[in-house]
Design a protein. Structure first.
Length: 767
């Protein structure tokens, strides 16, 4: 068991740090800080020790002691803030994190000091425990999993940077990145601990649902149990890979550590994927399938060149782009598609058991029946691609991959709701106008350009009736809401009568939504007409760009009617994070490996920029509308100032996205290698600005209300538990000696448990 250095021992060490003749000003400040720490006066001690650390100059011993003792002071200060009438857990967490920083600093100065390493591990564990306590009840499982993915992504990026630095030196100095790799290993320890907490939360939720009788569980609960069980499997895989990554990083095996860290990130994403809706999962798979197809085509071109030019020296294909390795990736993508197919097949089977379906359930059932064969086609095409890659038949593989993409896109359409269908139409129309531009004529062969134009137009023409049907569904929902409002208005009397103002407000809201639907149908009809004119222009060989742009304008107006700022911001943050991951990986690869990925990265970054501009425009309009409104905004809704500030944040994100796109574009066309690190850095800043905007649009009142509700529920549970305990005690008292012996035995077990924990867990030691 490791021993923890106490404050009393600290005084002895401090007095021995200053030998006669070495009483410089910095050491005097240090000794003053120690005196204040012993009193204890933490604020004054921390100030004095900070002054000593800042003015230590080239005195290595003083720099180490000041950093170490700052860690001790902040840790003891945090302990004080955790108890008493003035307890402040948020402040305690902040102080504990300061202790982590200073012990880390001391650890870098004296790498072999065992006390420093032991205390660093302890304060990290305490900070994590405090963080868990503060987040208990307010952090959903999904949110915590997103946070772990973000942390693991950071470890992977820093690991890749360290690995790239080692590669640049040719491995001449294997210890050059020791400090960075050791720090990453420590971060992995915290991440694997948090992943364990998430696993416990998932298990608790499974147990909670499992306590209900089978016939008492809702359909959502049945699906949730399956999702959580699948999540747990991938979470276990992720934790195992994180542990391996940590071990390799500690051994300074950078390449293997990065490899395991990347595998861990993939597993964590797969875990998160279990809780996502099918359309989101299939979209992610489609994006990765597109990237794999581009890589397959690139490798195929190299092999074809070798055949045509026998005298050409062999161009080395990296190990991770060898066809058998790509075959494994293709198999992984197929597994993910099969997971979605299994989920939807179960939903269809469950729906078949319900003869009396509601109209919306029947429509969903019909969509599932159409989508399942398409998903099966995609899976079959992916399997053919996997076999072709295994046999190094790259042309057959790329054809099969293209078939899988087409089938996936058709399946995705079946799950899209009104907003998603409009978004798909908007994205396709953007692409269609681009294909008809003079620039596209210079970049694409005529046959390929004509084929893509025809396909894009056909997809949007098919979407117009679908959007009309979805709008009709919305009208039916509004009619049902009107009936409910009328029924509520006529129910009750006296004190039970509903508030007339609330009833009138509800009626006005429904009327406004009906007006919105009518306007949407008008725009849809105009877009449909413009698309028909575009089809006629292409057939007659007339100018197609004018009707294409007219359709684009109408679809954009239609999209703005249903533009949900929060949802689009959340989706943009997630997508920009994925693009950042891919850019970071490409930055560590050679020119040949990353070349096929760059066009896709440029396209994705351009799409993110377009979305950010649309969000900025919508926020600006919301700010104008809010400023014209009289009185205070509705509870939980942002005011004009919040909308304006959020627009400013997204505008800053736009600037960063533009900066991120520049190196990507340059690298895709430059013959020499171009560093993508500036792009990665700009993408990270863009995500930060987007997250700031999201926080501004989600004021804390809603979170406070949720937490208050959870606290009330917890209090009620505790009261019920207390009543049960009192009842049990009364029963045991009536039973006489047997009940007393049972209580004595339970008390003995509790004492033994506490003694065992105090001996095995150094985190519980006092400072």
């Amino acid at each position: 068991m490791r021993r923890i250095v106490s404050i009393s021992m600290l005084v002895v060490l401090a007095l021995g740090a200053c030998e006669p003749g070495e009483h410089r000003e910095a050491r005097d400040k240090y000794n003053d800080g120690i005196d204040l720490l012993v009193k204890p006066d933490f604020d004054a001690a921390e100030k004095a020790l900070l002054d000593a650390r800042s003015s230590a100059g080239l005195d290595p011993e003083l720099r180490f002691r000041a950093a170490y003792d700052l860690g001790m002071s902040y840790a003891a200060h945090a302990d004080k803030m955790k108890t008493g009438k003035d307890a402040d857990l948020a402040k305690a967490l902040e102080l504990e994190q300061q202790a982590v920083s200073w012990f880390s600093d001391a650890s870098r100065l004296h790498k072999e000091d065992k006390d420093t390493q032991a205390n660093l591990a302890i304060v990290r564990a305490r900070a994590q425990a405090l963080s868990d306590e503060l987040r208990r009840g307010e952090g959903k499982l999904e949110a915590r999993l997103d946070a772990v993915i973000k942390d693991q992504r950071g470890v992977l990026e820093e690991g890749r940077s360290a690995w790239a630095a080692i590669k640049q030196t040719g491995g001449a100095d294997p210890l050059a990145q020791q400090s960075a790799l050791t720090l990453l290993a420590d971060k992995e320890r915290g991440i694997v601990a948090e992943a364990g907490v998430i696993g416990d939360l998932a298990a608790d939720e499974i147990d909670s649902i499992g306590k209900k009788a089978e016939d008492k569980r809702t359909d959502e609960e049945k699906v949730r149990v399956v999702q959580l069980k699948n999540l747990d499997l991938y979470l276990l895989e992720g934790r195992a890979r994180i542990a391996e990554s940590r071990r390799k990083l500690q051994e300074l095996a950078a390449e293997q550590g990065v490899d395991r860290a990347e595998a861990a990130l993939v597993a964590l994403k797969r875990a998160r994927e279990q809780l996502l809706d099918p359309i989101t999962v299939l979209r992610e798979v489609a994006g990765e399938e597109l990237q794999l197809m581009q890589e397959t085509l690139a490798v195929g071109q190299v092999q074809s060149k070798k055949v045509l030019e026998a005298k050409q020296p062999d161009q080395i294909i990296p190990a991770w782009l060898q066809p058998p390795v790509m075959a494994e990736r293709q198999g992984g993508l197929r597994d993910r598609v099969e997971e979605v197919r299994a989920r939807l097949a179960a939903a269809v089977e469950n729906s078949n058991k319900q003869p009396d379906k509601k109209p919306e359930q029947q429509k969903l059932f019909e969509r599932l029946q159409v989508a399942l064969p398409l998903i099966g086609d995609a899976s079959a095409a992916q399997d053919r691609a996997r076999k072709a890659l295994t046999d190094t038949k790259l042309t057959e593989a790329s054809d099969a991959e293209r078939e899988a993409l087409i089938a996936l896109s058709k399946a995705i359409e079946q799950f899209a709701d009104l907003k998603q269908t409009i978004d798909l139409a908007w994205e396709t129309q953007q692409r269609l106008v681009g294909l008809l531009s003079p620039e596209a004529a210079k970049q694409l062969p005529a046959g390929e350009r004509a084929s893509e134009t025809k396909d894009a137009l056909a997809r949007n023409l098919a979407r117009m009736p679908r959007i009309k049907e979805l709008l009709a569904d919305e009208v039916a929902k509004l009619a049902a809401q009107e009936q409910q409002i009328e029924a509520k208005a006529g129910a009750g009397s006296g004190s039970a009568a509903p508030d007339p103002k609330q009833v009138e407000a509800a009626k006005q809201q429904v009327a406004a939504m009906k007006q919105q639907i009518m306007q949407a149908e008008t725009l849809r009809g105009e877009a449909d007409k413009a698309l028909a004119e575009l089809a006629a222009a292409l057939k007659a060989n007339h100018d197609p760009l004018t009707p294409a742009k007219a359709a684009q304008t109408k679809i954009e107006e239609l999209r703005r009617l249903f533009f949900n700022l929060i949802e689009h911001l959340q989706e943009l943050i997630r997508q920009q994070g994925e693009t950042k991951d891919q850019t970071s990986q490409a930055n560590t690869e050679d020119d040949f490996t990353r070349a096929p990925k760059l066009p896709g990265l440029v396209t994705r970054q351009d799409e993110h920029l377009t979305m950010a501009k649309a969000i900025t425009e919508a926020l600006a309009k919301q700010a104008d509308a809010a400023s014209k409104q009289q009185g205070q905004p509705q509870p939980g809704q942002p005011d004009a100032k919040a909308f304006s500030a959020a627009a400013a944040e997204v505008r800053l994100a736009e600037n960063e996205m533009t900066d991120a796109k520049t190196p990507l574009t340059k690298a895709s066309s430059a013959p020499q290698s171009v560093s993508l690190k500036p792009s990665v850095d700009s993408q990270a800043k863009a995500i930060e600005h987007l997250e700031n905007a999201l926080k501004l649009l989600q004021p804390p009142q809603k979170q406070d209300q949720d937490k208050q509700k959870q606290d009330q529920q917890q209090q009620q549970q505790q009261q019920q538990q207390q009543k049960d305990k009192e009842k049990q005690d009364q029963q045991q008292q009536q039973q006489g000696g047997a009940g007393q012996r049972a209580r004595d035995e339970d008390a003995r077990r509790q004492r033994e448990k506490r003694e065992h924990e105090s001996q095995s867990d150094p985190v519980e030691k006092d400072w």
